[in-house]
Ligand binder design. Sequence first.
Ligand SMILES: [Zn+2]
Length: 106
Amino acid sequence: MTGRSSRWPPAAGGATLDTMAIIVLFEVRAAQQAGPGGDEPVVVAVHAAGSDPDVPEDPLPITLCGQDTAPMEHAHYERTAPGQPWHPPEFTDVRCPKCERALRGL
Ligand SMILES: [Zn+2]
């Protein structure tokens, strides 16, 4: 009616976080007969990989630290603001130091 545009600009402002899309991956260790009910996979490390240019939701075959991404689990974690850690905060203890260094060097 008034024609007032109240549309929130979804991607205004240009380059912010988007210098390189990264995908966060969990390296998991399947619980091997850890006891009754111990079938929860354990996250042993959090890695980062670049995203496939053709399939942005897919990681490249190799993490930033050079490991095979095939057996890893997609963490479905993304930074939502600048300054946030690249990994889910609850996994700070198991983040991969090599991946972290690679990310800082980008
Ligand atoms: Zn790594």
